[in-house]
Ligand binder design. Structure first.
Ligand code: PT1
Length: 287
């Protein structure tokens, strides 16, 4: 099986170029009230910068900033609220970090605002399906991760059904690629993400991971997020706080099958695992 090309493309993230010839680690920075303890208040920009810097020191190649929780059952956040949460953080992070900052949003207004302050990548769990999102993303000139989601976060786990989950998601993503190209977003700007846990049962998630090479075979870089998700807990029988080892196993499998960006909470452990995968797939480091 052809698992990893010798030379991956450089992804143009504005002031940063991301080399995708080896698996890269995307560190998660949530700017949501439920993701830190001083509830009600949002992450202060200085605290966010500290956390982001720590992840970069641990080996993160990208920092993903999100102001809206999208886990199963999550309630949508109004535009003004999302902007209030993430813009002060992006304004501090984008000019100061040595790596590109991606913004986890589905809203066209947030995409535009984020691009203006120097974000390097748009990460849309909704695959640019919101009204105006294709046009907004096109205007930014930034790369876009197109993710598959069945339904919406609040209800997506109610009763997800598929015929062949891999085929259906591939078809969906290729339709979104065509929509992007028609809107002026060239393929060199696109990444694909099957959307683990977004309207999928564990059997669907495991089949998608087993068949990840079919996404890789499109020729577009594949991004995956499985860190601490239910699909890891189902197999390891661990609560979210104890899913590190299972999550690293998921990352190793995805990278072995050709995924190029792994979105994770635990950067240091994943970085070390990816360094090993990269050494093996590239033919090894010098003795
Ligand atoms: C992801 C992703 C994301 N996941 C991209 N962005 C989340 N591109 C947020 C569970 O089953 O996979 N890819 N942004 C987090 N969402 C979830 C979904 C968290 C499911 C947990 C679960 O536990």
């Amino acid at each position: 099986m052809e698992r990893q090309a010798e030379q991956g493309p450089l992804l143009d993230c504005g002031r940063h170029q991301l080399d995708l010839s080896a698996p890269r680690v995307m560190g998660i920075l949530n700017v949501t009230p439920d993701s830190f303890s001083d509830g009600g208040n949002f992450l202060r920009p200085e605290t966010a910068l500290q956390r982001a810097r720590k992840m970069v020191d641990e080996g993160a190649d990208i920092i993903d900033v999100g102001g809206e929780s999208t886990r199963p059952g999550a309630i949508p956040v109004p535009l003004a609220e999302e902007l209030r949460r993430i813009m002060p953080v992006l304004e501090v992070l984008c000019p100061q970090l040595p790596v590109p900052v991606s913004v986890d949003t589905s809203k066209p207004e947030v995409m535009r605002a984020a691009a203006q302050v120097g974000a390097g990548l748009l990460n849309d769990i909704n695959g640019l399906r919101a009204d105006g999102a294709l046009e907004a993303a096109a205007e930014t000139g930034l790369p876009v991760c197109l993710m598959h989601m069945l339904g919406r976060p609040q209800t997506m786990q109610d009763d997800p059904r598929y015929g062949n989950v891999t085929q259906e998601i591939l078809e969906f993503l290729m339709q979104r690629v065509a929509a992007c190209e028609a809107a002026g977003i060239g393929r060199q700007r696109l990444l694909l993400d099957p959307g683990f846990g977004f309207g999928k049962r564990s059997v669907h998630n495991y089949q998608l991971l087993r068949e990840l090479d079919q996404f890789v075979a499109t020729g577009l870089p594949v991004l995956v997020g499985m860190s601490r998700k239910g699909m890891v807990g189902q197999a390891t029988n661990k609560p979210a706080a104890e899913r590190l080892h299972g999550s690293v196993a998921a990352a190793v499998m995805a990278a072995t099958f050709g995924a190029r960006i792994i979105r994770v909470h635990d950067v240091a452990a994943t970085r070390e695992a990816m360094d090993f995968v990269a050494a093996v797939l590239s033919g090894g480091v010098a003795d």
